[in-house]
Design a protein around this ligand. Structure first.
Ligand code: PSU
Ligand code: MN
Length: 302
């Protein structure tokens, strides 16, 4: 039996012709952004790429098929149906029962790689949670990025996580981390987490050069491009710090664990910041998509 992978015609044609393609994740649409604006955002994410001359491939699981590239009615489904959040280990179970779901960074990277897509733009990467030394709560995103040779553009990881521990794990796992025009790791809503990176690149061409050399060496791990928002666009740090402290306290009080932790913290912070974090979230996703598009274009021109 062959893998139940369905590649949209536009995506298959672009890959066959060596044209640039960028994968987009669906968890941000299904679980990260509220209805009804999430569908408009999903469409806008794709349009940003199309305007750059890049083919978008939103990744999800629908009716027992891994999907790379969604038709308009399928994009509507992931925005409006109540579907579960799927990491890599969930894929065989959901495929076996013909189900559907939204894909995390881990599952999106995995499916994009199966489809032959090399560049992926996300909102937020998972990482090591605070208190992980007791709970062992570390996102499967990190392990999967050690195994899948894709280039992921992310604004670092959110301050809901333990940022220095996440950077240590990325190092142990052999994931290449490049600061995009910065030598500081961004913390999603904030331009600078205060943590230093070993390597900074100036532009998309420099990322494409690293991709080529990683491939030459046959290294299995991903490249994480840490792309900060300009400081003028970041969330007000004082608002950020207050909301973060309160959300962490509430999660602790409710005794949350497992895959519910991340969506809970994100939704609580949206409420506590009066929607300000959400507006910044959209800017981040768009900023990452633009850079991913440039990287895919640079790579396709090699
Ligand atoms: N962090 C965010 N926004 C998100 C996620 C994480 O800032 O939408 C989603 C992504 O899909 C990511 C997943 O891959 O949550 C990680 O979840 P977990 O920590 O349960 O592995
Ligand atoms: Mn977790």
């Amino acid at each position: 039996m062959t893998i139940p992978l369905s590649i949209a015609p536009s995506v298959a044609e672009a890959i066959a012709a060596g044209q640039p393609v960028v994968a987009l994740e669906s968890t941000i649409i299904s679980h990260g952004l509220p209805r009804p604006d999430n569908l408009a955002a999903a469409r806008r994410f794709e349009a940003l790429l199309t305007d750059q001359g890049v083919t978008p491939a939103t990744i999800a699981v629908l009716d027992g098929q891994l999907k790379a590239g969604l038709a308009p009615d399928e994009l509507d489904r992931i925005a409006n149906e109540d579907i579960p959040k799927l990491s890599v280990r969930d894929l065989p179970v959901v495929l076996a029962r013909g189900g559907s779901g939204a894909t995390t960074v881990a599952a999106t990277s995995y499916i994009a790689n199966l489809a032959g897509i090399r560049v992926f733009a996300t909102g937020g990467l998972g990482g090591v949670h605070r208190g992980a030394s007791e709970t062992f709560d570390e996102s499967a995103d990190l392990k999967v990025l050690s195994e899948v040779p894709i280039t992921v553009v992310s604004a670092g990881v959110k301050s809901i996580l333990d940022i220095p521990a996440t950077l240590e794990r990325l190092e142990s796992l052999g994931v290449i981390v490049l600061g995009y025009g910065t030598d500081k790791f961004p913390s999603f809503w904030l331009t600078d987490s205060g943590f230093e990176l070993d390597w900074s690149v100036a532009d998309a061409g420099a990322v494409a050069d690293v991709m080529t050399m990683r491939d030459e060496l046959g290294q299995p791990a991903a490249i994480l491009v840490a792309n900060p928002l300009p400081e003028s666009d970041q969330l007000d740090p004082a608002v950020h710090d207050r909301a973060l402290a309160e959300a962490l306290r509430m999660a602790d009080e409710q005794g949350l664990s497992g895959k519910d932790v991340t969506p809970f913290l994100l939704q609580t912070i949206v409420g506590l910041t009066g929607g300000a974090s959400l507006a910044v979230n959209l800017k981040i996703a768009e900023n990452n998509i633009r850079v991913a598009g440039e990287i895919a274009l640079a790579r396709a021109s090699r």
